[in-house]
Design a protein around this ligand. Structure first.
Ligand code: URA
Length: 434
């Protein structure tokens, strides 16, 4: 087979066969297909799509491009979670210790920033010293000893996705239902969890812009997971505005600390409870939503979820003094307020514009090997529905320099829409697909 022929076949709108997809992924994982050809193919998929059979074949080929973990010798049931990506999404940092504290071991491989959205690994690495690159032996040891591990995708687990994910980040090929479904599900299948909850986001701050697209993506991923013998539920959640108030790596870690310590923005806590309820139900720990929610509320209120998070940070080499003094996390030297350009009610916030502004401040990557600045980001003081007066600070820009902060101001202002009449905030959870 020749890669150029497969690119042309997809460019012309035809479905690739199972053999062709197996070959393509095997060759890419082996380094025999160059990134420029893979980018061209990914763009053809973005433009032409894939049918369900191709999406499943691509997922399985990517899952089998590396090791397939089996954690059953460590725990009878393990759980996992994945988000399709959104602006200000720090749910893993809160949800994972919650469910682990409730007694469900969480062994999660997370990603770095993707397009305009951040990634859990970049967020975690803003805790000085915290290691996310763990070998298989350490990953397994932490599942056994801590019951919670948040790691970067190892080189041996779904390596084809690891390469393709980094490539999609910088080639404008993220926004594709089959590529997202395959990328998410290949990692979940390879990481070996029995029960998986998916946070499928839609809206301006997500890769799926409409609820129908999100529903389609959720159904596709649930079907792939069920087909592979896993219990899967998907929560369709709104990204019609960023989640919580902080956007940017270290800022989001601080906000997650708050949520785990009994504070934190209500939308972050509510989304984590809703996702957690699905995992507790799938794992059979409680058999109705109210009891599952009560269990999770209890681990938050009693401090056991926070204690589990602290244990994980220590076990992965993170500086535990940051846990007692979050001011030790990376902090941007320049912080300037953005005044509201008019009085009224915040009617809409374009999450993608804010995510791109954070990337421009240095919080995301412009090319594959770029370093990021964990300290930069945005703190939002007004969200959809909030009344504001002229000149009120609607957000604070955290930047490396004043010039960099000023450069993103037009983008930030264009992200906000105001209304003279009161506005209701969009609902957070739209639907559960299971
Ligand atoms: N998360 C992933 O792991 N992959 C995607 O493509 C999008 C979100």
């Amino acid at each position: 087979m020749r890669m150029v022929d497969l690119i042309a076949k997809k460019r012309d709108g035809h479905a690739l066969t199972t053999d062709e997809l197996d070959w393509l992924i095997e060759q890419y994982a082996a380094g025999a297909i160059p990134d420029y050809q893979m980018s061209a193919w990914a763009m053809a998929v973005v433009l032409r799509g894939m049918d369900d059979r191709e999406t499943t074949d691509l997922t399985l080929a990517m899952a089998h491009s590396g090791a397939m973990l089996d954690l059953h010798d460590l725990a009878p049931i393990t759980v996992d979670k994945h988000s399709t990506g959104g602006v200000g999404d720090k749910t893993t940092l809160v949800l994972a210790p919650m469910v682990a504290a409730a007694g469900l071991p969480m062994a999660k491989m997370s990603g770095r920033g993707l397009g305009f959205s951040g990634g859990t690994v970049d967020k975690l690495e803003s805790i000085p010293g915290l290691r996310t690159k763990l070998d298989a032996a350490e990953f397994r040891r932490l599942v056994r000893e801590v019951g919670l591990v948040l790691a970067a995708q190892s080189d041996t687990l779904a390596p084809a996705d690891q390469r393709l994910y980094a490539l999609r980040d910088v080639t404008a090929t993220v926004e594709s239902l089959p590529l997202i479904a395959a990328s998410v599900m290949c990692k979940k299948l390879a990481a070996g969890a029995d029960c998986i909850v998916l946070d499928v986001k839609y809206g301006s701050g997500a890769f799926m812009h409409t609820r129908d697209e999100a529903r389609q993506l959720a159904r596709t991923m649930v079907a792939i997971g069920n087909g592979a013998g896993r219990k899967v539920a998907a929560v369709i959640s709104s990204m019609q505005q960023p989640l919580g108030r902080m956007i940017g790596n270290a800022l989001e870690v601080r906000e997650a600390f708050g949520a785990l310590r009994g504070g934190g923005p209500p939308d972050v806590v509510e989304l984590c409870l809703s996702l957690g309820v699905q995992l507790v139900r799938l794992a059979g720990l409680r058999d109705d939503d109210a009891a599952a929610r009560a269990l999770l509320q209890d681990v938050l209120a009693s401090g056991t979820a926070w204690a589990k998070f602290c244990q994980m940070v220590a076990a992965q080499g993170g500086d535990v003094t940051c846990l007692v003094d979050p001011d030790r996390l990376p902090t941007a030297p320049v912080q300037i307020a953005l005044p509201a350009p008019q009085a009224g009610f915040v009617a809409a916030i374009d999450g993608m514009a804010l995510g791109l502004a954070v990337n421009e401040l240095g919080g995301g990557r412009a090319h594959k090997d770029a370093a990021i600045n964990p300290a930069v980001g945005l703190a939002l003081w007004a969200k959809v529905g909030d009344p504001v007066y002229l000149g009120q600070s609607i957000l604070t820009i955290h930047a490396a320099t004043r010039a960099e902060a000023e450069r993103v101001v037009p983008r930030l202002l264009s992200a906000y829409t105001f209304s003279a009449a009161p506005v209701s905030p969009p609902p957070l959870i739209e639907e559960i697909v299971s």
